[in-house]
Design a binder for this molecule. Structure first.
Ligand SMILES: *Cc1c(COP(=O)(O)O)cnc(C)c1O
Length: 233
């Protein structure tokens, strides 16, 4: 087995243990492999180990990888998630190439994605990004702004509103970290009464996945634990 295959097996095991510890089924938690900055050879190893859902942060890098794998036998089994900040002048590339978009936080971008989604593709799955830790510099909206944006998005025919995503600030205290994730779950459940179709709560990364699952995450986004540390040099 390669390191990536071993890492994937270990991450799947960790998801299963975290789920079982809180009486959830491991199948309720999807694993998104975050492959940003990693070469297509690394992604191919993950594919060979059965992984099918991948997350990318940089539009052009993601589009290049999607184009590469479109020429391979697994093309139509793969699902590509855009999880980075999106400038409006890049929205067309996301609309034309990705299956999911996790970081919607503005009506303007929602309208652009809706208009730019090609007619021969299924609607784009979207998550609204919540700034749960209220950090000044981070993207995402507050929970008070959520009902209005959710309402606007759900009226756009080429988008499917699937749920919420968050990247909490690092929190060394496990109890406080869990409380932040639980706040997200509560907001998600509340939103469900208005939008019964939402089914995805994207939260949890390499360092906080166990608590995210304990709180109710349905999709963890894992990079480092699968592909190793990233080199931005
Ligand atoms: C990079 C990134 C991840 C993966 O983080 P790791 O700590 O490497 O698991 C998850 N979500 C988002 C939005 C990211 O940018």
């Amino acid at each position: 087995m390669t390191t990536i295959q071993q890492n994937l097996a270990a991450v799947r095991q960790k998801i299963a243990v975290a789920a079982q510890q809180c009486d959830r089924s491991p199948e309720e938690v999807q694993l998104l492999a975050v492959s940003k900055t990693k070469p297509v050879a690394a992604i191919q190893e993950a594919i060979d180990a059965g992984q099918r859902q991948f997350g990318e942060n940089y539009v052009q890098e993601g589009v290049d990888k999607i184009a590469h794998f479109n020429t391979t036998p697994f093309a139509n089994q793969l699902e590509w998630h855009f999880i980075g900040p999106l400038q409006s002048n890049k929205s067309r590339l996301v609309a034309e190439h990705f299956h999911w978009m996790h970081t919607l936080d503005r009506e303007k971008i929602a309208h652009r994605l809706n208009e730019q989604r090609p007619a021969d593709m299924p609607p784009l799955n979207v998550l609204i990004q919540i700034n749960i830790s209220d950090e000044q510099s981070k993207s995402g909206i507050s929970l008070t702004e959520l009902p209005q944006l959710a309402q606007q998005i759900s009226q756009l025919p080429n988008l499917v509103f699937r749920g919420l995503m968050t990247i909490p600030a690092p929190e060394p205290d496990p109890a406080r970290q869990l409380a932040v994730f639980q706040q997200m779950t509560q907001a998600f459940n509340q939103l469900k009464s208005e939008h019964p179709q939402i089914d995805t709560l994207s939260m949890g990364m390499t360092d906080d996945m166990a608590n995210a699952i304990r709180a109710g995450s349905t999709m963890v986004r894992i990079g480092t634990a699968i592909f190793g540390a990233r080199d931005y040099a």
